[in-house]
Design a protein around this ligand. Structure first.
Ligand SMILES: [Zn+2]
Length: 169
């Protein structure tokens, strides 16, 4: 499933929902998900949300909470274009908001920090467009289900983290 998804991504195409759902189904069946799990950046469309709902029903589990981190578009562009990711361990930094101790070097493993290929202003703007068109409708969907929590994501990392823990109790 992962290789299939990679094929689409390498070709610059969107990975079909059936492939994504297959990957998630396999992952959720692993033992470390028994106590719970967090999905980050999924679902992104109503179709995906409905597919996830069906998948989870079939597994006898329910979605407890959906967190929407609310941040204005301008701030998102600044945050994403300043993001640096460790090539070795995947740790995430930001040139302004969460800098590494030594420029371009990972604090945790000494690996080299890189800008992800899709973290340019152009791609961010187009991702924001698809967010507003395809993903924003999920807010109403999950609000109706009574699981939506909205969080002010404009604060700094530590405050957003503690607000999130407080919401999740
Ligand atoms: Zn690292």
């Amino acid at each position: 499933m992962g290789m299939e998804a990679k094929g689409y991504m390498d070709a610059g195409k969107l990975v079909p929902d059936s492939t994504i759902i297959g990957i998630i189904k396999d992952r959720l069946a692993e033992s470390d998900c028994k106590e719970g799990f967090i999905l980050d950046g999924f679902p992104r469309t109503l179709t995906q949300a409905e597919a996830l709902e069906n998948l989870m029903k079939g597994m006898g589990i329910a979605l407890d909470k959906v967190i929407s981190l609310n941040v204005p578009d301008e701030l998102i562009v600044g945050r994403i274009t300043g993001r640096r990711v460790c090539a070795k361990c995947g740790a995430s930094f930001h040139v302004e908001f969460n800098p590494s101790k030594v420029a371009d070097v990972c604090d945790y493993c000494g690996g080299e920090l890189m800008t992800r290929k899709d973290d340019t202003a152009e791609t961010v703007v187009s991702r924001l467009e698809s967010y507003h068109m395809q993903t924003a409708p999920l807010l109403a969907y999950y609000k109706d289900m009574g699981v939506l929590l909205e969080l002010d994501g404009t604060k700094d990392v530590a405050d957003v983290t503690s607000d999130m823990f407080a919401l999740l109790k």
